[in-house]
Design a protein around this ligand. Sequence first.
Ligand code: FAD
Length: 372
Amino acid sequence: MVQTETDILIIGGGIAGCIAAISLVDTHTVTLIDKLEHPKERIGESLAPATQRILRELHLVDDLQSHQESLYIQNLGMQSYWGSDQVHIVDHLRNPDGLSKSLDRKAFEEFLRESAVSRGVHCIWHTKLHHSRFEANQWLVTTKSVDQQEQCIKAKFVIDATGRQSHFARSQGIKRLSIDKLIACWVTLPNTEENKMSTITATEHGWWYTAVVPQNKRVIAFQTDSDLVDKSTFKDLNSFLKLAKDTTQISAILDKNKAAIKFHGTVAANSTRLEQVVGQQWAALGDAAISFDPLSSQGMFHAMASAMQLKNLLIDSAIIHRHTNQKEAVFQKRYTLQIHAIWDQYLHHKNIFYKAETRWKESPFWKRRHLN
Ligand SMILES: Cc1cc2nc3c(=O)[nH]c(=O)nc-3n(C[C@H](O)[C@H](O)[C@H](O)COP(=O)(O)OP(=O)(O)OC[C@H]3O[C@@H](n4cnc5c(N)ncnc54)[C@H](O)[C@@H]3O)c2cc1C
């Protein structure tokens, strides 16, 4: 079996994992693994303006701008039909961090992976977490590649950046709590509209979202609760088109391009969190720690910001190079408090936003969101 030693092993090379790796590689040896050989096409394209500060701190902005055409387009803002039929526009024209970006999500993740490789992170793709145990003050993690090759990685610290699955934390027996059952069903199609602002539209059974991304493509998604739809509803495009009849804005766009619609199916979009986000020489990051409702458009910002916070805590506490149990206890307490504060703030804003829509008082989707 191949053996590797590293200060930090990061499991999951999505946005959280890559940003953590890039931010830590100047001060530690870092190994980053991901089960996928390449990032996959996925929903989640709106990059909040505040992420610009993190990208600048990591000296990624110039590279990002030089790839602008393929990686992102500038997004003027968001129009919403929420709480009434009147359109409400929120733009970023006066935001000191600039406009938000609509990403080609797959290309952006590939860009972050390439940046990690070029900064000296030891990256192993197409390899997933298989088994782990803590022994003599370090983690012994066995990974398995797609062709079943096993590798043993000895690490002083493990970061779980595996997204909502939180594979590492769950393998330690830690439970994940869900506070709702939100799912998103999504399609892509060529954009034929002049207006390229993102749009959200509330309807009786959930809400719709659409955004234009690079290569003049458009993403459209419907969010509802998994227990409010028949299991078969989201299996094919026809049911999706039928649901879209509830909204004139979205159905008009879909109707013009029916033949070119690519149906992607359903993904989990609920608000969830780990019961414990940090433990003996490990921490969970990004969606692995807490995952947000897409209404917030904050998932990628949180993935990046929590990676930077974790980096600062690891460096300040020196628990990797000069570990003591006392430092470890302080580190765990501080990280837990930080993540809990983000979660509480997030729930507060989520409640305010959902409560602002009061048109369908009898609809189960809205009723349950007005309870707390
Ligand atoms: C419908 C929807 C719309 C969204 N829209 C937006 C949006 O507009 N803006 C926004 O900011 N956020 C959005 N989000 C949220 C955003 O996509 C996530 O917050 C973000 O992807 C979190 O990044 P991450 O790196 O923590 O996790 P992930 O992106 O899930 O990355 C996890 C990585 O770990 C790898 N992995 C998993 N298991 C293993 C294993 N066992 N071994 C090795 N590797 C493993 C995976 O392959 C993946 O690369 C949306 C989410 C949804 C569901």
